[in-house]
Design a protein around this ligand. Structure first.
Ligand code: HEM
Length: 459
C-alpha cells in the first residue's frame, strides 16, 4: 500500500500490481471502485500506467470539485471521440465557450418551459401500450430505449418528425451503438480500420442525421421568418435563445446542430435505463408495487375510471417520485463522473497534481452506509422531506451538479414520473425468472442482458 506520509499520495491499491487492478476494472469496474472506496476511505489514489487517478468518496470533496472549484477542471481528454459526433455541444465543450452556451440553453429546460412536452411523453407511452399484449414477454429495456428516443426526437423537432417516419431513430441508434463500442476497452482501434462495416454504417448514419437536423433548422428558421411557427418545440426555443444581458447572441446553424445532437444522445439512454431498473425493482418488491398502484388508482381512478396522467398530476404522485428517486439511488444511470485537474489541487492534506484524473462515483456514494442505512435495500420510504434536507448534497447526485450538472434534469424527472404512472396504471410487470440480471457499466449503467418482463394487463 502507498502511504501518504511516505510519498504524499493518499492510500490506494498497490501500484506494483497494476495488471490486477486493470483486470479488475475491465471485468467489473463498479465492484472494483466500491472495493477501493470501502478499503481506503474518502480519498484514494491509484495508477493506470502513468496516469494518476484519485477517487473522492466524501460529499464535501465532490461538492468542492463540481461547484466551488469547477474552473480548476476539464472533463478530460477522453472526450475527443465523443467530439467527433457531438462537436462543441454542451456535453463535450469546455471552458468559457461551454459556460456561455450553458447560460443560453439552461432556460429552455426550465420546468415551466418544458411542461408542454408532458403530453408527448404520455402519448408515446400510450402508443407503446397499444402494441403490448396481455401475457407476452418482452425486453422492457428495448421498449424504453425506443419510447424515450421517440419522445426526445418529437420534443426537439416538433411536428416535423412523424411517428411513422423512423429514419431519425434508426440513424440515432446506429450512432449510439458506435459511440458505445468506441468507449469499450480497445474501442478506439475500431476507428483505425475504416473498411469495417461498423465504420461505414456510422458514417452513413451520421451524414443522414446531420442533414436531417440541418434541414429541420432551415425549416424552423423559414417558418420563424414568415411568422408561422406556433409550436414550442425545443429546436424552436433553442433557435430563439439569446441573452442580451450577457451579450450572447443567437446560435449559428452549426452550433444548433451540435446542441441538438447532444440533447438527442444525452437525453434518452439515461432515462430509459432509469425506467428499466425501476420496473425491475418493482417486480422484485410486491409491497412497493402495490403501494404505487394504490397511489395511481387514488389519483387517476381505477378500472374503467382511468385517465391519462398529466404534468399537473405530478405533485400528487409522491410515492411514484420516491420510487423513481430510490431506483436512481440503487442504479444511478450515470454511475461515475470524471474530471481532469488543470492545475494542482488540494484535497484535505493532499495535493493532487495537474493532469491527474479525479473520479466521483454516484454508485459508490449512493451505496454508502454512512448516508443510507441498509444501502442495498430498495426502500422508497427513506425519502422523507427531513431525510432529503439532512443528507449532504453530494451523497445523492444522479444528475451531477454545478455548471456541468444535467441540464435536462427537469425533463428527466417529468418523463420518469409520467411514464411510470402511465405504464403501471395499465400493466403489472413480472420479471422472467429464467432471465439473468447484470450490470453493464458503459457511459451509462445498462442492464447487461436486457430486461425480460412478462406483461399482465390490469383489467
Ligand atoms: C435519468 C435521466 C438522466 C440522468 C441520470 C442524467 C445524468 C447526467 C449527469 C450525471 C450529467 C453530468 C455529467 C458530468 O458532470 O460529467 C449530465 C449532463 C447532461 N445531461 Fe443529463 N441525465 C439524464 C437525462 C437527461 C435528459 C433527458 C437530457 C436532455 C433532454 C439531458 C441532457 C444533458 C446534457 C446536455 C448534459 C451536459 C450538461 C453540461 O455539461 O453543461 N440529460 N446528465
Amino acid at each position: 500500500m502507498t502511504t501518504a506520509s511516505s510519498i504524499g499520495y493518499p492510500p490506494g491499491p498497490h501500484s506494483i500490481l497494476p495488471n490486477k487492478l486493470l483486470r479488475g476494472f475491465m471485468h467489473d469496474p463498479i465492484k472494483t471502485l466500491v472495493a477501493i472506496a470501502r478499503t481506503y476511505g474518502d480519498i484514494c489514489h491509484f495508477k493506470f500506467g502513468r496516469q494518476h487517478i484519485y477517487l473522492l468518496n466524501n460529499p464535501h470533496y465532490i461538492e468542492d470539485v463540481l461547484i466551488r472549484n469547477y474552473k480548476n477542471f476539464i472533463k478530460s481528454r477522453g472526450l475527443q471521440v465523443s467530439k467527433r459526433l457531438l462537436g462543441e455541444g454542451l456535453v463535450t465543450s469546455e471552458g468559457e465557450y461551454h459556460d456561455r452556451q450553458r447560460r443560453l440553453i439552461q432556460p429552455t429546460f426550465h420546468p415551466n418551459r418544458i411542461k408542454g412536452y408532458g403530453n408527448i411523453m404520455t402519448s408515446y407511452a400510450e402508443r407503446m401500450c397499444q402494441r403490448w399484449e396481455d401475457g407476452i414477454t418482452l425486453d422492457i429495456h428495448k421498449e424504453m430505449m425506443h419510447v424515450t428516443l421517440e419522445i426526445i426526437s418529437k420534443a426537439v423537432l416538433g411536428s416535423d418528425v412523424k411517428p411513422e417516419d423512423d429514419e431519425v431513430g434508426i440513424a440515432l441508434e446506429t450512432c449510439m451503438e458506435y459511440f458505445n463500442r468506441l468507449q469499450m476497452p480497445f474501442g478506439e482501434l475500431i476507428e483505425k480500420i475504416p473498411i469495417l462495416p461498423i465504420n461505414k454504417g456510422y458514417q452513413i448514419a451520421k451524414k443522414k442525421l446531420d442533414s436531417i437536423v440541418y434541414s429541420m433548422i432551415k425549416e424552423h428558421r423559414d417558418k420563424e421568418n414568415k411568422g408561422v411557427h406556433h409550436e414550442e418545440d425545443l429546436l424552436y426555443t433553442l433557435l430563439q435563445a439569446q441573452d442580451t444581458e450577457a451579450g450572447i447572441g443567437r446560435m449559428t446553424d452549426s452550433q444548433l446542430k451540435d446542441e441538438v445532437m447532444t440533447i438527442f444522445l444525452a437525453g434518452h439512454e439515461t432515462t430509459s435505463n432509469a425506467l428499466t431498473w425501476t420496473f425491475y425493482l418493482l417486480s422484485q418488491h410486491p409491497t412497493a408495487e402495490a403501494r404505487l398502484y394504490g397511489e395511481l388508482c387514488s389519483v387517476f381512478g381505477d378500472k374503467d375510471a382511468k385517465r391519462i396522467p398529466t404534468v399537473e398530476d405530478i405533485p400528487k404522485l409522491e410515492y411514484t417520485e420516491k420510487v423513481f428517486r430510490e431506483s436512481m439511488r440503487l442504479y444511478p444511470p450515470a454511475w461515475t463522473i470524471g474530471r481532469q485537474a488543470i492545475a494542482d489541487y488540494k484535497v484535505d492534506k493532499y495535493v493532487i497534481p495537474a493532469g491527474s484524473i479525479i473520479l466521483m462515483s454516484q454508485y459508490v456514494m449512493h451505496h454508502d452506509s454512512r448516508y443510507f442505512s441498509d444501502p442495498d435495500l430498495f426502500y422508497p420510504d427513506r425519502w422523507t422531506k427531513e431525510a432529503k434536507l439532512q443528507l449532504p448534497r453530494f451523497s445523492y447526485f444522479p444528475f451531477g451538479g454545478g455548471i456541468r450538472g444535467c441540464v435536462g434534469e427537469p425533463f428527466a424527472w417529468m418523463e420518469g414520473i409520467l411514464l411510470i404512472a402511465t405504464l403501471c396504471q395499465q400493466w403489472k410487470m413480472h420479471h422472467d425468472p429464467d432471465h439473468k440480471v447484470g450490470l453493464k457499466p458503459l457511459i451509462t449503467l445498462r442492464p447487461k442482458y436486457g430486461m425480460r418482463m412478462n406483461l399482465e394487463h390490469r383489467k
